[in-house]
Write a protein that binds this ligand. Structure first.
Ligand SMILES: Cc1cc2nc3c(=O)[nH]c(=O)nc-3n(C[C@H](O)[C@H](O)[C@H](O)COP(=O)(O)O)c2cc1C
Length: 233
């Protein structure tokens, strides 16, 4: 059954020309698939951590974003209790490594549910690089590492949001142009719905400047079909 289907008939629930979905009416877990498919593309945090016993863990998390600028805080969400979450709760350190499209196979392989005592670095064959400020390994093949100290966790049902203060960052100069990270050189992989992965369409990148209120409407032109506006007859 897809989200928004009538459980009895299987027919879509349509109101005002849209398929309506009330999360509370969905079977357990179903709304998650819907959110996953419409909140796209998602950047992927390749989260490395070290267990109290010293095993280097590595796993992708696409429920990931910037939480705060100053202090710099990033967050990811563990859906269920996994090795990454347990390690970070215990040792409080982790690294978020960037996931370039060239490493999709490796990133995906580190999502395998290996036992806690197996290091994904060894099983998958990616290289440990020492972090400078935290006790977790960076991924040497990844061009960007954010070294994080656990700030806060917040739990909602089976999901736990892990917020980490970025205490150090390192970037490969090969992905810099004029001193800035360049999107074509980074070539990020992203997560879409289901098992889909995405990458940036470099030809589709648009540079659109923001419009200050003092210059409104600036370069903005309403669509021809819209009534009113500066270009309307
Ligand atoms: C691209 C991708 C993104 C993922 N995003 C998440 C996520 O945001 N949260 C989560 O709990 N699991 C996510 N997973 C699944 C975990 O990576 C997987 O459960 C992994 O085995 C967890 O490893 P760990 O037990 O070593 O922490 C994702 C998997 C892939 C392939």
């Amino acid at each position: 059954m897809s989200p928004g289907q009538n459980p009895a008939s299987g027919a879509p629930v349509i109101a005002d020309g849209r398929v309506d979905i009330n999360p509370a009416d969905e079977p357990p877990g179903m709304f998650y698939f819907f959110l996953n498919a419409v909140i796209v593309p998602r950047p992927i945090a390749w989260v490395s951590s070290r267990s109290a016993e010293g095993t280097d863990n590595l796993a992708p998390h696409s429920f990931f974003t910037v939480a705060s600028v100053e202090p710099p805080i990033v967050q990811f969400t563990s859906i269920g209790r996994k090795d990454s979450l347990r390690n970070i709760e215990q040792t409080r350190d982790f690294v978020v490594s960037f996931t370039p499209a060239a490493l999709i196979a490796e990133v995906n392989a580190t999502a395998t549910d290996f036992p806690a005592e197996v290091s994904e670095f060894d099983a998958v064959g990616v290289t440990r690089e020492p972090a400078l400020r935290v006790a977790a390994a960076r991924v040497a093949e990844s061009p960007v590492a954010l070294e994080c100290k656990l700030h806060t966790t917040v739990s909602f049902g089976i999901s736990t949001v892990v917020m980490g203060r970025v205490v150090y960052a390192a970037i490969d100069p090969a992905v810099l142009r004029d001193g800035r990270p360049a999107i074509d050189l980074l070539d990020p992989a992203s997560r879409l719905g289901g098992n889909e992965w995405g990458r940036v369409d470099l030809d589709g990148i648009a540079n659109v400047t923001r419009i200050g209120h003092h210059e409104w409407p600036g370069h903005y032109r309403p669509r021809a079909s819209d009534a009113g506006g500066p270009d309307a007859a």
